[in-house]
Design a protein around this ligand. Structure first.
Ligand code: AMP
Ligand code: MG
Length: 347
């Protein structure tokens, strides 16, 4: 019997090139390709629901690929989580200031990219935002805004300049006490890419990995030009239509305050924090970024919520293969802006 965790799609997708009218006496002009079926599995990871959708020849192969993908995400969570006391990330943060710490390849690569993006976004994206994130979580739990002194203290402990990376030694150094790194804006995108790589290594190149706020896709489904991915309208403009994108070897991520915010004295504070103030954003904004890698789409979607709209779109224009749509409220009126490449991918 089929494993109940599997949801075999209602349709069996065949390669259109094998749908030949030839009878048994005339061999097909092209070699027959194996019939692929669609499989889907969702599991909680990294505080969200990850979903793997793939095309495979049979359940055994699908199961092998899915296990490899979810195992890889588990491994990355143990490295990058700021909730697990013993994660590599937290062990690095506890290291005495100015003492190099040997980093795993995964943590080194994501921190290296984070530092590059911190410079590209002029500090809007900053993985040293941890103290302010913890303060925001506490404020939401206690329904109490931190004091001005507490906010100032978190702001002083934030700054990508406090993190140095040595590529030759694969080491990281924190130059200040009390730095807390937080990869919440980039790790899920990295995990989607890594899960896709794991699937490919397991012989499954046609797959999509959904990490909650974003997806990474590999080869298209059999017979299709790409994967259809829907971007929901922003919560503050429900009349706007959902956008359908068609993606191949790409990723897309959406950031905003759809679920994660807390209200204080009539104002809404997003979980996305402006590193210049160490306070959650109060302006209503949703940014969707399409990029060649999930890690980049994830980080830039968060950064675009913080950045001034024109600066954010200029950054997208100079990022290889990237496109973006930003929706925001301007004096209570919904406005949306797109980068020049955005329409290439909408269907
Ligand atoms: P996302 O859902 O990808 O937009 O990421 C939001 C999460 O990233 C938050 O919950 C924080 O953990 C973290 N974060 C918040 N503000 C920033 C920021 N300015 N730069 C980097 N990470 C941030
Ligand atoms: Mg993000």
């Amino acid at each position: 019997m089929m494993d109940p965790r599997w949801m075999l799609a209602l349709w069996i997708v065949t390669d259109p090139t094998s749908r030949s009218t030839a009878n048994v006496l005339t061999p097909p002009s092209q070699p027959l390709r194996p019939m692929l079926s669609r499989y889907e599995q969702a599991e909680p990871r990294m505080g969200t629901l990850f979903r793997v959708t793939l095309y495979a020849v049979d359940e055994t192969s699908a199961s092998k690929g899915t296990s490899a993908a979810f195992d890889r995400i588990t491994q990355l969570n143990q490295i990058m989580s700021d909730y697990l006391d013993d994660s590599e990330l937290n062990r690095f943060c506890r290291k005495s200031p100015n003492t190099p710490f040997a980093l795993s390849d995964d943590l080194f690569e994501i921190l290296w990219e984070s530092q590059r993006l911190a410079k590209e976004t002029e500090g809007a994206f900053d993985v040293t935002i941890g103290p302010a994130v913890r303060q925001w979580r506490r404020a939401r739990r206690l329904k109490q805004m931190p004091t001005a002194e507490q906010i100032e203290e978190a702001r002083r402990r934030t700054g990508h300049r406090f993190l140095a990376l040595d590529r030759a030694r694969r080491a990281g150094t924190l130059s200040r006490k009390g730095i807390q790194l937080d990869l919440g804006a980039i790790a899920k995108g990295y995990a989607c890419d890594a899960a896709l790589d794991a699937l490919k290594r397991a012989g499954i190149p046609s797959a999509l990995v959904d990490g909650g706020g974003g997806v990474s896709v590999g080869d298209p489904p059999p017979g299709a030009r790409g994967w259809r991915v829907t971007v929901p309208p922003p919560p503050f403009d429900s009349s706007a239509p959902a956008v359908s994108l068609e993606l191949v070897h790409q990723a897309v991520a959406t950031s905003g305050d759809r679920e994660q915010f807390f209200e204080w004295q009539g104002r809404r504070y997003s979980h996305i924090i402006d590193p210049r103030t160490a306070v959650g954003l109060t302006r209503r904004v949703q940014a969707t970024v399409l990029a060649q890698k999930g890690m980049i789409a994830d980080a830039l979607a968060t950064a675009l919520c913080v950045m001034e709209v024109d600066k954010g779109l200029a950054l997208i224009e100079r990022t290889d293969g990237a496109a973006a749509k930003i929706c925001f409220l301007d004096k209570d009126r919904p406005v949306s802006r797109e980068s020049s490449r955005w329409r290439r991918f909408t269907r």
